[in-house]
Design a protein around this ligand. Structure first.
Ligand SMILES: [Zn+2]
Length: 325
């Protein structure tokens, strides 16, 4: 149906082509709702982040051109060209899983876990992920023109869409109200999408054991909340089989769950955040503690050196496809 590889992606398409444009449109027409609709906008921003992650692991459409267009469309609501996931996440994070060599390690400048480190993690991590993105862009430009064209299309969509939406807001509502409408109704959810994806990566790996087959990730296992975020909470299963479609993660999670440490099966992300960052201010028992072996502590049997150098990215057709499987 609609050229979808998985029927369950009808839910994704409703988000991408109905909710993502509709909610800003309502605010452009009824600017008094801007602010009130921000929580919904942030939720949709988070969803946009998850959907871009899923699209890079398991493309939504059978048709390659449709996927190229769809990736460019999603980039608008992610606030950044979504190819960025490939060199930083698919080819890098999934390989190293928070061990040395991962551009997105949670322990780069501090091995502690508290709110300050969690919310500023974005700024640290994006600096190192940015190096891989730059290398990927330059390599794609030199060696893989088809890939490079797809990337350029994503940049064009982001710049044209945000430029047009900013202009439209000012034309409709003047400078002051227009800046509020574009900023809060359209830009902030997109910026939040990016920040939130870094944040969730942080809380899904901090104090976990990347040397373990089952305890490398923290999972959030609420049924309803996972329905709302395309099963983004089932992270151990996702790392086990990165190319598995999001709708099939529960089956794999149920197989893994008996082996996963109880601390790494949190009911709700909000409960975890409240306990760790608010109650944790008052008592150590609410904070996280290292489960098993720390990422920076390779077992003697491991041949891995504790080397934080980032390995090269791969822009060949085979390399890109392999990282999406
Ligand atoms: Zn992933």
């Amino acid at each position: 149906m609609l050229g979808l590889r998985e029927k369950s992606d009808l839910q994704t398409l409703v988000y991408a082509f109905v909710l993502f444009p509709l909610v800003p449109a309502v605010q452009y027409l009824r600017p008094e709702l801007v602010g009130w609709l921000l929580p919904l906008g942030l939720y949709l921003g988070f969803s946009a982040g998850v959907i871009t992650h899923n699209q890079n692991h398991c493309p939504t459409f059978e048709n390659k051109r449709l996927n190229t267009f769809y990736s460019a469309w999603l980039s608008i609501f992610y606030g950044y060209p979504i190819f960025g996931w490939i060199p930083t996440h698919n080819q890098n994070h999934h390989k190293f899983v928070n061990r040395a060599g991962d551009a997105s390690i949670t322990w780069r400048y501090s091995k502690k876990h508290n709110w300050t480190i969690a919310w500023t993690y974005f700024f640290v991590s994006q600096h190192f992920q940015g190096k891989l993105i730059k290398e990927y862009l330059l390599k794609a430009k030199a060696k893989n023109p088809a890939l490079f064209r797809g990337i350029l299309l994503q940049y064009v969509f982001v710049l044209v869409a945000h430029g047009s939406m900013a202009t439209l807001a000012v034309v409709l509502h003047g400078w002051k109200l227009g800046a509020w409408v574009y900023g809060v109704g359209f830009l902030v959810p997109a910026l939040f999408a990016l920040w939130a994806m870094f944040f969730i990566n942080y809380i899904q790996h901090v104090d976990c054991d990347p040397w373990s087959e089952y305890n490398h990730s923290r999972n959030f296992v609420g049924r309803a909340s996972n329905w709302l975020v395309f099963n983004a909470g089932l992270h151990a299963a996702h790392h086990k089989q990165a190319g598995l479609h999001w709708s099939k993660l529960w089956t794999l999670h149920d197989e893994l769950a008996p082996h996963i440490h109880p601390e790494l099966k949190q009911g709700s992300m909000w409960g975890f955040i409240l306990r760790t960052y608010v109650l944790g201010l008052f008592s150590d028992r609410f904070r996280t503690h290292q489960v098993g072996r720390a990422a920076w502590d390779p077992p003697e049997s491991s041949s891995e050196a504790l080397d934080l150098t980032l390995p090269p990215v791969d822009t060949t057709e085979a390399g890109v496809n392999a990282s999406m499987a």
